[in-house]
Design a protein around this ligand. Structure first.
Ligand SMILES: [Zn+2]
Ligand SMILES: [Zn+2]
Length: 475
C-alpha cells in the first residue's frame, strides 16, 4: 500500500500556502506559507498535526528546492518529535547548501523557530547526480532537473504496486539565466515514465491560458526600461527574492550595463551566500553557473552599512538589486523609505507578491493613482516586520517611479497542459491513472482540476484536489 498525505497546501482563498507531503514514511518538502490575519502578515507552518497521529515517524525527507514555501518548516520537525533523528534529508547539493542558509536567515524574522532548533535538524544528504537513487532501503526514485532554480528537481517514485508516481516540485519549461528549462519528457528514461502525477504546481493556475508574457520578453523589457531610466539620471532599485531571482536579475542587467562600464550592486546577506553556491556547485548540465563577483562580471556586492549609505547618498545614479522580494523584512523597509520619496528613483519588483506585503500594497495604491507623478500627492505606509512578527509602519511621500517585471520561474496553465500532451504521447496515448492538483491557492487548484480532466482516466474519481489533510490511497 502506498499512501499520500497532504500536510501543507492551502484552504484560504488567494493564499498559496506551503508545500509538504508524506508519501508513506517519506516527507516531500516542508515549507511555510504566508497568511494575512487581522491585518498582520504571519508565516504559518504546514499542518504537522496531520503527521502526529501516525504509528511511525518520518524516516526520510526529500526536498525539491530551497524556497521557503518548500523548506521553511524543516527546523520544527525534530522539535515536534515527528522525524526519526537518523533520517536523511535528500536533495541536490545546491538545495542542501542553500536550504540551510535560508533557514538560518529566517531566524531573523520568524518566531517559528530559533538557533537551538538547528542542533536537532536531521542531516542533509546530497543526491550525487540526476538519475536513480534509493531514498530508503528498497524505495527507489528518479530525480530530474525541473528548471525552476539552479539545482531544483522533481522526482518520480516507484510505488509498491510497481507504478510510477511523479512529484513535479515548482517547475519551469523556459530557460532562465541561472538554469535551463526542465528536462523535456521526450528525454526521460522509459522505465521512469509516470503512470500518475501525484503532486503538481498550480502556483500560476489563474494566469491566462494564452501564454503569459514570456520570461525572455519581460527580461528584454526590463533591460530596456532600466537602461532608459538610468540614462535619464535615475537611481535604480530592484526588489527581488534572494534565492534565484537576485542571480537572474543581476545577470540580465549586467549584460546590459557591462559594455558601458556601469556596475550592478547586489545587497542582502542571503543573496550573496546563494551566489557562492550557484557559482561553485552544479548538479546537472542544465544548471548555469553564475560568474564570480567583480570586474569580470560587472556585478559587485554592497559591502556593509557604510558602503550602502554611500551608494544611497551618492550624487551620481547607481543600480542596486536588493532582497527581500516583497520589501517587508531585512533591508527592504530601509530601501523603500529612502527611495519612495525621491522623484529621481526608479523602483521595481519582480514576480510573486503576497497580499499584505509592502510591494503588493504599493501596487494597490498606485492602481488607484495612475497619475501620481503628475502632481497627485500620495503617501505610502512602509511596514517592517520583526522576529516576533510585530509590525511597525512609517508613512513616506510616494514620488518614485514604479514598475513590475514578471520574471516568473514557474509554468503557467498552458505549459502544464503542453507537458501533459507530451507525457500522454510518451505513454503511447494512454491517459494518466491519477492527477493531484497541488501547490496553488484553492481557486488556482480548482482551475487546474478543470483543465486536466481530459488527460486522466475517470476524472471525477482520479483528479484530486490536494487540500490540507487529504489522504490518497495510491494503489
Ligand atoms: Zn519555488
Ligand atoms: Zn513553491
Amino acid at each position: 500500500m502506498s499512501k499520500l498525505t497532504i500536510v501543507g497546501s492551502s484552504k484560504e482563498s488567494g493564499v498559496l500556502g506551503s508545500q509538504c507531503y508524506a508519501l508513506d514514511d517519506i516527507l516531500i518538502d516542508c515549507g511555510i506559507g504566508m497568511v494575512r490575519r487581522d491585518g498582520v502578515t504571519r508565516s504559518v507552518p504546514p499542518e504537522l498535526a496531520t503527521l502526529a497521529g501516525r504509528s511511525t515517524k518520518i524516516k526520510a525527507g526529500l526536498l525539491t528546492h530551497s524556497h521557503l514555501d518548500h523548506i521553511g518548516a524543516l527546523p520544527i520537525l525534530a522539535r515536534n518529535n515527528l522525524i526519526d533523528l537518523n533520517a536523511k534529508i535528500w536533495a541536490t547539493p545546491q538545495t542542501c547548501n542553500v536550504s540551510f542558509d535560508v533557514c538560518k536567515d529566517s531566524v531573523q524574522h520568524t518566531d517559528l523557530y530559533d538557533e537551538g532548533d538547528f542542533l536537532l535538524m536531521p542531516d542533509f544528504s546530497p543526491i550525487a547526480a540526476p538519475g536513480e537513487f534509493e531514498v530508503l532501503p528498497g524505495q527507489r526514485a528518479w530525480a530530474f532537473p525541473n528548471g525552476h532554480l539552479n539545482g531544483s528537481s522533481g522526482f518520480v517514485f516507484r510505488l509498491k504496486s510497481g507504478k510510477n508516481a511523479l512529484v513535479m516540485g515548482d517547475w519551469c519549461s523556459h530557460d532562465q539565466p541561472i538554469v535551463k528549462g526542465m528536462l523535456p519528457v521526450s528525454e526521460w528514461p522509459e522505465e521512469w515514465i509516470p503512470d500518475m502525477v501525484i503532486a503538481s504546481d498550480w502556483t500560476y493556475g489563474l494566469s491566462s491560458l494564452e501564454a503569459k508574457r514570456t520570461f525572455a520578453s519581460e527580461a528584454a523589457r526590463m533591460r530596456t526600461v532600466i537602461r532608459h531610466r538610468f540614462e535619464q539620471g535615475m537611481f535604480i532599485r530592484v526588489f527581488v527574492f534572494a534565492n534565484g531571482k537576485m542571480q537572474n536579475v543581476a545577470r540580465i542587467l549586467a549584460d546590459e550595463f557591462r559594455s558601458i562600464g556601469v556596475p550592478i550592486y547586489i545587497d542582502g546577506r542571503l543573496g550573496k551566500k546563494v551566489w557562492k553556491t550557484y557559482r561553485d556547485v552544479q548538479w546537472s548540465d542544465r544548471d548555469v553557473p553564475v560568474p564570480a563577483l567583480g570586474e569580470q562580471s560587472g556585478i559587485y556586492e554592497v559591502e556593509g552599512r557604510r558602503h550602502r549609505e554611500e551608494l544611497m547618498n551618492a550624487q551620481q545614479p547607481n543600480i542596486i538589486i536588493t532582497s527581500p522580494g516583497m520589501g517587508d523584512v531585512g533591508l527592504g523597509p530601509q530601501y523603500l523609505q529612502a527611495s519612495l520619496p525621491r522623484r529621481d528613483h526608479f523602483v521595481a519588483s519582480s514576480s510573486f507578491l503576497a497580499e499584505g506585503s509592502n510591494l503588493y500594497e504599493l501596487e494597490r495604491l498606485l492602481d488607484g493613482h495612475p497619475r501620481y507623478r503628475d502632481g497627485d500627492d500620495i503617501s505610502f505606509s512602509v511596514t517592517s516586520r520583526n522576529k516576533e512578527q510585530e509590525e511597525e509602519a512609517v508613512l513616506v511621500p510616494m514620488r518614485a517611479e514604479y514598475d513590475h517585471f514578471g520574471l516568473s520561474a514557474h509554468n503557467g496553465p498552458a505549459d502544464n497542459l503542453a507537458f501533459l500532451d507530451a507525457l500522454i504521447e510518451r505513454r503511447g496515448g494512454a491517459k494518466l491513472e491519477r492527477y493531484g492538483v497541488g501547490h496553488g491557492a484553492p481557486e488556482a487548484r480548482a482551475m487546474g482540476a478543470q483543465l486536466v480532466r481530459h488527460y486522466v482516466i475517470d476524472p471525477d474519481r482520479n483528479v484530486i484536489d490536494l487540500a490540507p489533510g487529504t489522504v490518497i490511497d495510491l494503489d
